[in-house]
Design a protein around this ligand. Structure first.
Ligand code: FDA
Length: 315
């Protein structure tokens, strides 16, 4: 195995270890280092970052950090945090025209509890209702492959009442070209990403090359379809191919968007927004940043060095 794949797999394994999480999240030195990727823990931090990005023409989708919730009370707390967030965004006018929307994880809303599918659906429904009332949308993040079918089923049910609910598809999964074909219908908002979890070969492509090729195959389907593709990638080649496919399919710049994560390639984000394309930044906030941050490290060894340097200099 290539050393970078070994590092990636180790980090993804670590991302699931709650004991390590508890130590790292509570370490006083961690917070300053985390700030590059997570603007803060409080709703005010998310609202402030939204305002700063809106001022320079970038849109946002906000994620209240947390996943794999094992307590109903915690799932309710997450749902309530989204409702408070949406109210705070609406008060500032940021939700107008969907400039600020929210992204949520069904496992944070209770998917893995007993009767979890019903609980997560009910929580997501409440958030969708609040988002619709505020004039904006919700996108349901995709997690590991054991949740793909349940997640797509929940999105399908949410779309009956809230047709603008976004779904996420991951190009590393072998099934995804088929899902793209099924979901490329009018009004269907689909975020296409490469995928961030550790997945077995039986369900997922393992090499970067295969994942990238699958991404392009999937993007061709989405761009040629009737839906609204959301191109979630920092990969310069993917960004270039997306622009070419949009042109080839005669797409209006308002009929698709680019998405990148907060703190990653910010200059490129601005360049895309400045040239008149839609650029949406995925903005996570909250205390439970451990799993999120470990996945970012797994994507790019340079980020591990950044994290360790930060720990060493503050510790
Ligand atoms: P890739 O990782 O192949 O990197 C290509 C190039 O991009 C690098 O060479 C570098 O130049 C740059 N780059 C990439 N990552 C970087 C980093 N961390 N720091 C600095 N530079 C970096 N996943 C998932 O499983 N479910 C989901 O719901 C989502 N949601 C989501 C939303 C949005 C808006 C984004 C951008 C991403 C996701 N993801 C996700 C994560 C996604 O699956 C993937 O893991 C990351 O985006 C990294 O893949 P890239 O396509 O960026 O390319």
């Amino acid at each position: 195995m290539h050393p970078s794949d070994l590092l990636r797999n180790s980090l993804l394994q670590l991302s699931k270890m709650t004991m390590v999480r508890d130590v790292v999240e509570k370490a006083p030195v961690s917070r300053a280092v985390v700030r590059r990727f997570v603007p803060g823990a409080a709703i005010d931090d998310a609202v402030r970052a939204t305002g700063q990005l809106a001022a320079v023409g970038r849109q946002v989708t906000i994620d209240y950090l947390g996943e794999d919730t094992t307590r109903l009370e915690q799932a309710r707390h997450t749902k309530d945090a989204y409702l408070r967030l949406l109210a705070a965004l609406a008060e500032k006018g940021y939700t107008d025209g969907g400039r600020a929307e929210v992204s949520l994880k069904l496992t944070a809303l209770g998917l893995v509890l007993d009767d979890g599918r019903r609980i997560a659906l009910e929580h997501a429904r409440e958030i969708c209702r609040a988002a619709t009332n505020a004039g904006t949308t919700v996108t349901v993040d995709m997690e590991d492959h054991t949740t793909t079918d349940a997640t797509l089923e929940v999105v399908r049910e949410l779309r009956e009442d809230f047709p603008s609910t976004g779904a996420v598809l991951q190009s590393y999964l072998r099934r995804t070209a088929g899902d793209c074909r099924d979901l490329a219908y009018a009004g269907s908002r689909i975020r296409l990403c490469k995928g961030a979890y550790q997945e077995p070969e039986s369900v997922a492509y393992q090499s970067h090359d295969e994942v990238d090729k699958s991404y392009v195959r999937c993007l061709k389907i989405l761009m040629a379809g009737q839906g609204y593709p959301m191109v979630a990638s920092h990969d310069p080649r993917i960004v270039e191919i997306a622009a070419a496919l949009a042109g080839k399919n005669g797409r209006d710049p308002k009929s698709f968007e680019y998405q990148m994560l907060f703190g990653i390639r910010p200059e490129e984000q601005q360049r895309i927004a400045d040239r008149g394309d839609q650029m949406r930044v995925y903005l996570p906030f909250g205390d439970e940043w451990y799993g999120y941050l470990m996945r970012r490290m797994a994507e790019r060894p340079a980020n591990v060095a950044f994290f360790l340097r930060g720990l060493a200099s503050k510790g």
